[in-house]
Design a protein around this ligand. Structure first.
Ligand code: FUB
Length: 356
């Protein structure tokens, strides 16, 4: 049988569309690809092709702990790379970044950093967030410190570009377990969220079971002043700070251990970054098949989005699990009083307009 020329999307670590073709190319390129398949298989694949903007966002590997950053016309999404094998709980060695201009087509920029790039850290590329300040990109991440400062710690890295390369900005941890002595366990200093207020001060909040907040010095690599505990009800981990119309939001993974097995997302609001924080209840249910869920919030091109993860993706013969998660996105909407409308994690994601 004569071979036909079948186009295959080139794979390179940087600049590669990962899951959704640009709209203008989709019909022709997909058509050409399907023409190479036996007819019944082509029909089956056409029926299964996910709509651009549907969940999960990335289907060729497991991703978790989404953290969006808007830079001009592009939204960057920083994620942890889940590589747990079999019954391993977590195996996370690096962070990845993707970007989009339309929330439908994503570009894979590859790994931006490995945990080994922090020479004082020994494992666990856990939740992270990047921000842009004074012309540089600052990346804050949870890692496991080496034996000199046992427990989880927060690292800070810097780059001239949102896609890296990022390098350790301090050469030591920004936050260590010893800096929060009232904490109850060795993994409380995780999941940094960073937020720059109108006066130019950047704040960092973080925690597991205890939630802390502190100012950063203008150099972005030192804590400025006291570390204050602000733990809201049912706080578990994954805090995310943002502001809208003068209301400050502390959104987080919550766990009411008396009621639920898996985390949900809850939030509190305040009139200022310094509080007082008022608990506003649950924002979402649990992520499908996932103990954890991790909020990341951004306003992009006039719309608000809530990034989460679940464990509903299978890649090859590997099913979703606590350490094999998949990042999702949903529309986020507000009530006139500034409270956020409950969000349901869906397969349609942002392939459909926001609910009315
Ligand atoms: O991904 C590892 C840890 O699980 C994160 O730091 C937490 O937020 C939870 O998602």
């Amino acid at each position: 049988m004569k071979a036909r020329h079948c186009p295959s999307p080139a794979r390179s670590p940087r600049g590669t569309p990962t899951r959704a073709w640009p709209a203008a190319l989709a019909p022709t390129l997909l058509g050409a690809l399907l023409a190479c398949l036996p007819v019944p298989q082509a029909r089956a694949q056409a029926a299964e092709a996910p709509a651009p903007g549907s969940n999960p966002l990335f289907r060729d590997r497991f991703t978790a702990d989404p953290a969006p950053l808007v830079v001009g016309e592009r939204l960057y999404l920083y994620v942890g790379h889940d590589e747990a094998q079999r019954d391993e709980m977590f195996n996370m060695r690096e962070w990845l970044v993707y970007s989009t201009t339309d929330m439908k087509t994503w570009t894979d920029h590859g790994p931006i950093m490995k945990v080994a790039d922090f020479r004082w850290a020994k494992a666990d590329a856990w939740a992270a967030q990047a921000i842009h300040k004074d012309g540089k990109y600052w990346f804050y991440a949870a890692v496991e410190h080496d034996g000199t400062q046992p427990g989880k710690a927060i690292a800070v890295a810097v780059s001239d570009s949102p896609t890296g390369p990022f390098v350790d900005a301090k050469g030591s941890a920004l936050v260590t377990n010893a800096m929060t002595p009232k904490g109850t366990h060795s993994w409380e200093d995780i999941d940094p969220t960073v937020f720059t207020d109108d006066d130019g001060t950047t704040w960092i909040a973080w925690g597991n079971r205890q939630c802390y907040i502190a100012r950063l010095k203008p150099n972005m690599i030192e804590i400025d002043g006291p570390i204050t505990e602000i733990t809201p009800p049912h706080f578990e981990e994954g805090p995310w700070l943002h502001e809208r119309d003068g209301i400050y939001y502390l959104t987080y993974a919550s766990l009411d251990r008396s009621q639920h097995r898996d985390e949900k997302v809850s939030y509190a609001t305040a009139p200022s970054i310094q509080g007082p924080w008022t608990y506003r209840g649950e924002l979402t249910g649990s992520g499908k098949y996932s103990f954890t869920i991790h909020p990341g919030i951004a306003r992009f091109k006039g719309q608000w989005y809530l990034f989460l993860h679940n464990a509903a993706l299978a890649v090859g013969d590997q099913s979703g699990a606590i350490g094999r998660r998949a990042v999702t996105v949903e529309h986020l909407q507000y009530n006139p009083d500034g409270t956020m409308k409950p969000v349901v994690q869906t397969e349609a994601g942002v392939s459909v307009p926001p609910p009315r």
